[in-house]
Write a protein that binds this ligand. Sequence first.
Ligand code: ASP
Length: 323
Amino acid sequence: MKIHHLLGATAILALGTLGAMAQGYPTKPITVVVPFAAGGPTDVIARIVGEHMSKTLGQPLIVENVAGAGGTTGQARVAKAAPDGYTIGMGHMGTLGASPGLYPNLTYDPQKDFQPIGLAAGTPIVIVTRKDLPVKDFKEFMDYAKKNEKTINQAHAGSGSVSHITCILLHEMLKIDPNSIPYRGTGPAVTDLIGGKVDYICDQIVSVSSQVKGGTIRGLAIATPERSPALADVPTTKEAGLPAYQVSAWNALVAPKGVPADVMKKLSDALIAAVTDPATKKKLEDLGGVVPDAKGASPEALAALIKSENDRWVPLLKAKVKP
Ligand code: ASP
């Protein structure tokens, strides 16, 4: 009886401490783990959204780039972080959707080891090439890639990354198996594309649109039903001759499992405030991001998205890519 009472008192004390902790949250800077190098789409989106969330939360959101293994190193770091709301992560269709299909020993389960904060942006895929690749358009690119399968180089952000898996789909359709060169993110991959060291990337629009407009790389096709206002001159894959190639990625914020509900609410409310803020929304849209409304950025919508993306990608990748 005495022990029972004691346990009860301890539990109440513990609950009280958690409540107090959540009440003042946040009292110090929040780390946002970006599982890729700086300059890529995940990094760019985290910085834009994080800037506005900092204003709402009254504390800075500090981006920490933890790259490696197609983003799974950084994503695993988030899964193992203390569940106090001071470490969250910007994941994406690769780390939260596809990776279990490519990493049999993945140390996290996207559906069980995280609490969803919300979707930050949808990111259509654009096929970009070095500017002097000798092709006039996407049709010529497809012929060129088939003829030069042994020598053409695709850059990507590591096994399971968006640039990897979306080019796997493209290669399947073209029936080619070209060389691929992994980077720690598509930020550095695009730098090498500009420098002519690699030939093409299937990248998320937000970190390539400015370069395409500036003419340092070429955008051959966008894999969405409609053109993007951010890259109005780039034809859709339907217009360009490969209508079946339709793929769009996304970036989203998650926290480790176990963060108190009121802290989670502060985080998701701050994300919704960011994506519905006209200036922040415009920054993302100017780069080609597809910005969710409040409902689309809710934790519930993200939980459903992660589940449906696991259902879509994991069996597909397990069947296509032999370990
Ligand atoms: N776009 C990258 C990918 O292919 C990731 C990044 O650098 O944000 O997954």
